[in-house]
Design a protein around this ligand. Sequence first.
Ligand SMILES: NC(=O)c1ccc[n+]([C@@H]2O[C@H](COP(=O)([O-])OP(=O)(O)OC[C@H]3O[C@@H](n4cnc5c(N)ncnc54)[C@H](OP(=O)(O)O)[C@@H]3O)[C@@H](O)[C@H]2O)c1
Length: 262
Amino acid sequence: MDLQISGRKALVLGASSGLGRGVAEALAAEGVHIVLAARASDRLTDAATAIASQHGVQTVTLPVDLSDSASVEEFVQAIRTQHPDISILVNNTGGPSPSGVEGISGHTWKQQFETMVLSLFRITDAVLPGMKERRWGRILTIASAVVVEPNIRLGVSVTLRSALAGWSKTLATEVAPHGVTVNMLLPGHITTDRTHFLAEAEARKTGKTQEAVQEEKARNIPVGRYGTVEEFGATAAFLTSTAAAYITGSMIRVDGGALKSI
Ligand SMILES: NC(=O)c1ccc[n+]([C@@H]2O[C@H](COP(=O)([O-])OP(=O)(O)OC[C@H]3O[C@@H](n4cnc5c(N)ncnc54)[C@H](OP(=O)(O)O)[C@@H]3O)[C@@H](O)[C@H]2O)c1
């Protein structure tokens, strides 16, 4: 299937590894030029070089620290001036440390809100005028299955991503008349550095091995295994396609059937 996005330009946040890298690869395979963003410039450069040489698209790196409002402001200015032609935005951030919600300090809430939520509002607002002018745009926000089924060990993620869900749905309604779709992707367990980190943290807490923790989780997934970044990237690429123009305001699960609700 031709996704009809060849030659467009995408901005992918958290593009140096994991889900963001998987989405960047899948879009590049469709001929999309990619602006890759994250903190560590060496990993970003490695990803950009590999993607450009494998898929023959143009790649540019634009480092940003989403936890630092000054860095985000500078990034937003660079997007406005150097990349006014972004047609696809993939909102993606690092995840918070595992915790509940009781007793989380105001400082932590504020900082995580700035990192995981406010930075995405600012960046989205920077790319929307160009999308509306061209009457074509795709905003995809990577959240988590915990938005549907809260996980008490990931309380900050549940809380802040629920805020993103409300924002994403509202924005979808606002910009739909301008040819811009806005959707969320809800990953369950997709193998990345972060899933290893979380399994390691749980293993330390429970005295199990990391492998045992991951095997136990996989047994509770109907498909029987963790997903791959390629599978995740393929779903994202479809949602950015011209064929997906009628899908907006949705939350798409990529979880191997793990969520129990309809
Ligand atoms: N993998 C899953 O199954 C899963 C499930 C549910 C939710 N999620 C969520 O999806 C998101 C991506 O997950 P992942 O598994 O791909 O994680 P990952 O492998 O740890 O990748 C995170 C990416 O974000 C970048 N990043 C981290 N902190 C940043 C910051 N302050 N500013 C800018 N970039 C930053 C990282 O690069 P630098 O470190 O160089 O900045 C990296 O490129 C996370 O929020 C995670 O909680 C993932």
